[in-house]
Write a protein that binds this ligand. Structure first.
Ligand SMILES: CC(C)(COP(=O)(O)OP(=O)(O)OC[C@H]1O[C@@H](n2cnc3c(N)ncnc32)[C@H](O)[C@@H]1OP(=O)(O)O)[C@@H](O)C(=O)NCCC(=O)NCCS
Length: 118
């Protein structure tokens, strides 16, 4: 699996080729865009940004769901940053975030903590 930075132009093409992508990606203010590829084929999209204390996922979407790509993508994102990974979980995806080790506290965010090295 590979996660590569893309432009808005490249995003347009991916949306065209994958008809079931959500409305989210059509937002004009979208930034921090990445394509998630498996065997060099786009299988999902990521919008994220580097914050001071965390790597923040604005949105992640896998086109062909429930095949394990989502979990694989999170493993790949962990390699991209030394920081904790944070995001705002939508209700439907809560079981997914729990599955990939996210913790929910009293804030609106979830956190996937970096394992402490010993
Ligand atoms: C959330 C999402 C990225 C997960 O990617 P995925 O490739 O479908 O997830 P995986 O195949 O790796 O599934 C991981 C686990 O999460 C669970 N899961 C995923 N989506 C779920 C759902 N909607 N409801 C319940 N459980 C779900 C599955 O039980 C699966 O566990 P299993 O392997 O024991 O069956 C994907 O479903 C998606 O694009 N959803 C729409 C966009 C979205 O909600 N993004 C998150 C924004 S916060």
């Amino acid at each position: 699996m590979k996660i590569q930075k893309i432009s808005k132009q490249q995003l347009k093409k991916i949306i065209k080729e994958n008809k079931n992508t959500s409305r989210y990606w059509k937002n004009k203010e979208i930034s921090g865009l990445y394509v998630i590829k498996e065997d060099n084929k786009p299988i999902g999209l990521l919008s994220s940004r580097n914050k001071k204390d965390s790597y923040f996922i604005n949105m992640i979407e896998i086109f062909d769901k429930n095949k394990g790509y989502g979990q694989k993508a999170i493993e790949e994102i962990k390699k991209m940053t030394p920081k904790d990974i944070k995001g705002i979980p939508v209700t439907e995806a809560e079981p997914f975030w729990l599955k990939v080790g996210a913790q929910f506290d009293k804030s609106i965010y979830f956190t996937i903590k970096k394992q402490k090295e010993n």
